[in-house]
Design a protein. Structure first.
Length: 407
């Protein structure tokens, strides 16, 4: 495959967000070829730089996972000259990503209207916990907060137990993906209209999107759901089970699969029961059906069941722990996890972009930047002279990684 220009080559992104949702969005844009300038606080940087242990060398593993394909420029946005410097960078940008508390945007002179007014072609992406308006717009938002507020936690966990958070940064990752998607849509629209866009995303509404089928069912008259231990609210059978040695999941997605599933398990009497011929019937007698399936599965090891269900065309997979995930033959074959060489951390492993393009594969794969490594370079591109950059560094408005201006 010959290398082709990446889809977003030539697009300049200025990202002042920190933590995980905004950085995920700009990372995916960078994967697609955008030039991403990550504006960070002098000496401190993105909050995620300190999210450890674990650290790989001097870099937090969480930070490394969401910040590839970027350049780091350190500017103190708490100072008016720093904010003026940011606006100067935005004069030459196509996309601006921020995740400040909406209540602070006006105070900092970064309100969407003020920023976009003189820059009508700019795509302004605002990421927050609850959105730019509404009674709770100024409340801080984190993944845990969004999972709780959206109802996602209310259906997660063991039956009868305390609701649980999905144990990954789900709200942040999904919001970052949605941001990259909507920003790309904004750039596509701008190509034909010449007009920029204001894009709003909130962690709460991202999680509401994840809950869409459960909310729709509840509004259609379904009883309010509770934690179900991985059991699906509609399909039966569609959940984890214990085998003789390890857990597996079994996904009976239609009535034909049910018949094949019964054949594998030797449950001929259930296969012949007309009341269980449809999902509605199996759901009505879920407790009986699940108990029968669980009893049979417990009699043999996981590997045996995986082989038998695969031969019958019934979806079934092991419940992998991460020690198995990172050595999974399919994961390795696809190159979904790869090693990279970081300037100060050394070699580290990370999940790649979750797509492949026929023209350019997974896209760019430059390691995350050292804090402030590109400050002088980025400011020079904005038209500042070496003396102007040196003065800003001396005043503490900007900061270069080495403590010296390097042009």
């Amino acid at each position: 495959m010959s290398a082709q220009p990446l889809p977003l080559a030539g697009v300049r992104v200025v990202d002042i967000s920190s933590s995980y949702a905004g950085p995920t969005a700009s990372m995916y844009l960078g994967d697609m070829g955008a030039d991403v300038v990550k504006v960070e606080r002098p000496h401190i940087g993105d909050d995620a730089r300190s999210w450890g242990p674990p650290f790989v060398g001097d870099q937090a593993a969480w930070f490394l996972s969401a910040n590839r394909n970027k350049r780091s420029a350190c500017i103190d946005l708490s100072q008016p000259p720093g904010r003026e410097l940011l606006l100067r960078l935005l004069d030459g940008a196509d996309v601006f990503i921020e995740n400040l508390n909406p209540a602070k945007l006006g105070q900092l002179g970064l309100d969407p209207g003020e920023v976009r007014g003189p820059r009508p072609r700019l795509i302004y992406c605002a990421i927050s916990g609850f959105g730019l308006d509404g009674p709770d717009h100024d409340r801080p938002g984190y993944d845990l907060i969004a999972q709780a507020r959206s109802g996602l936690m209310s259906v997660t966990g063991a039956p009868g137990a305390m609701p649980q958070r999905v144990s990954t940064a789900l709200s942040d990752v999904v919001t970052g993906m949605l941001a990259a998607f909507t920003i790309s849509a904004g750039l596509f629209r701008r190509a034909s209209t010449g007009e920029g866009e204001l894009i709003e995303l909130s962690l709460l509404e991202s999680d509401l999107a994840l809950m869409a089928p459960r909310i729709a069912a509840f509004l259609a008259g379904e009883p309010e759901p509770k934690p179900s231990g991985g059991m699906d609210s509609v399909l039966a059978v569609y959940q984890p089970f214990e085998t003789a040695d390890a857990p597996i999941v079994l996904a009976v997605g239609n009535d034909r699969m049910w018949q094949r599933c019964c054949g594998v398990l030797g449950l001929e009497e259930l296969a012949a029961d007309e009341e269980l011929a449809t999902n509605a019937g199996r759901r009505e007698r879920r407790h009986e059906v699940v108990a029968a399936v669980a009893e049979r599965l417990a009699a043999a090891p996981a590997a045996e069941w995986l082989e038998r269900f695969a031969a019958a065309g019934v979806p079934c997979q092991p419940v992998n722990f991460l020690s198995s995930v990172v050595t999974d033959p399919q994961v390795l074959s696809r190159g979904a996890i790869a090693e990279h060489d970081h300037p100060t951390a050394g070699v580290y492993s990370a999940v790649q972009a979750p797509w492949r393009l026929g023209s350019s594969g997974r896209g760019a794969a430059e390691p995350p930047p050292v804090l402030g490594a590109h400050t002088a370079e980025v400011l020079a591109e904005a038209g500042l002279t070496p003396d102007e950059v040196a003065a800003l560094v001396a005043e503490g408005v900007a900061w270069d990684a080495s403590g010296e201006v390097r042009l």
